[in-house]
Design a binder for this molecule. Structure first.
Ligand SMILES: Nc1ncnc2c1ncn2[C@@H]1O[C@H](COP(=O)(O)OS(=O)(=O)O)[C@@H](OP(=O)(O)O)[C@H]1O
Length: 292
């Protein structure tokens, strides 16, 4: 496939298509995405992978609280985006090869575009997913304050979402891809909903998966600092230092509501039915269930 076939713009120029997924035009190039195939993976690397708006920043914070005592006890003032940068949206120009191990890295990449080393079982992946209707609603609010996305009314955005013409591509492809190729990776799946229901258990699951032994008090501290209220006020974790080239801080927040089932406050019955009509069949085959 040549470059012009691989890169097709959507109806808007804010995103471009690359090998079945969509990326923010201003923030990454196809050449850089190509180069990620050979990004060298270390056994100690931990990748947090999500479809956008599924709980990335939340889990980033949890991992940082687990790994860094200074983040946990509040003595270090390092922003999450610097501690755990995005591999494909490298807007802080991080030199990953020079970073000390263990490296914590975030990504929205579909399984087939991540570095080859990760696909052959090196490093660890934590994949967090969320009810796609809540993802859509969160994305809708995000697109209002992001300067890199087109602002659409809800109905139009929903059609784009159902067609997969949004960041990272079709939700079903992303989740299905990671789920069906789980055996290629050293991977832990978590849902946003289980994290909301029992954050402590989710933190313990993550600790076990990455091989970190924290004391009961340290676990309590991680859980406390990862709550929505605490994170909203924590400048290191709430993304309010994000450059105003990227977002208009007067129009929204990364930590918006942080609840399960907010789609019911936004979507009409007809919209929800339309969503189900397109998504339900493939969703039923997934090993994840969303009850709200
Ligand atoms: N601590 C905590 N508890 C509960 N929920 C939380 C928390 N931190 C972030 N969030 C919610 O996660 C949503 C943002 O998703 P992402 O961080 O994946 O966004 S992004 O892809 O990185 O842009 C966004 O969801 P919505 O509130 O529904 O918009 C955030 O509020």
């Amino acid at each position: 496939m040549n470059r012009s076939q691989a890169m097709e713009t959507t109806d808007n120029s804010h995103l471009f298509e690359y090998k079945g997924a969509y990326f923010i035009t201003d923030l990454v190039t196809p050449d850089y995405l190509d180069s990620l195939q050979d990004f060298e993976i270390r056994d100690s690397d931990v990748f947090l992978v999500t479809y956008p708006k599924s709980g990335t920043v939340w889990t980033q914070n949890i991992l940082n609280l687990i790994y860094y005592e200074g983040h946990r006890n509040g003595t270090e003032q390092v922003y999450l985006m610097d501690r755990m940068p995005w591999v494909e949206y490298n807007f802080r120009n991080v030199d990953f090869a020079k970073r000390e191990s263990p490296r914590l890295i975030a990504s929205h990449l579909p399984y087939h575009l991540v570095p080859k080393g990760l696909r052959s079982g090196r490093g660890k992946v934590i994949y967090v997913l969320r009810n796609p209707k809540d993802v859509l609603v969160s994305y809708y609010h995000f697109s209002k304050y992001s300067r890199k996305l087109e602002e659409l009314d809800f109905e139009d955005l929903m059609e784009r979402f159902l067609a997969g013409k949004v960041i990272a591509g079709l939700w079903l492809d992303h989740v299905e891809g990671w789920s069906t190729h789980r055996d290629d990776f050293n991977i832990l799946f978590l849902t946003y909903e289980e994290m909301k229901k029992d954050l402590r258990s989710a933190v313990l699951k993550i600790c076990r998966f990455v091989g970190k032994k924290l004391t009961e008090e340290e676990i309590d501290e991680v859980v406390d600092r990862a709550t929505f209220d605490k994170m909203s006020k924590d400048r290191r974790a709430n993304y309010e230092n994000l450059s105003s080239d990227l977002v208009d801080h007067t129009k929204g927040r990364f930590l918006r509501k942080g609840i399960v089932g907010d789609w019911k406050n936004t979507m009409t019955v007809a919209q929800s039915e339309r969503f189900d009509h397109v998504f339900k069949k493939r969703m039923q085959k997934l090993p994840f269930k969303f009850y709200e």
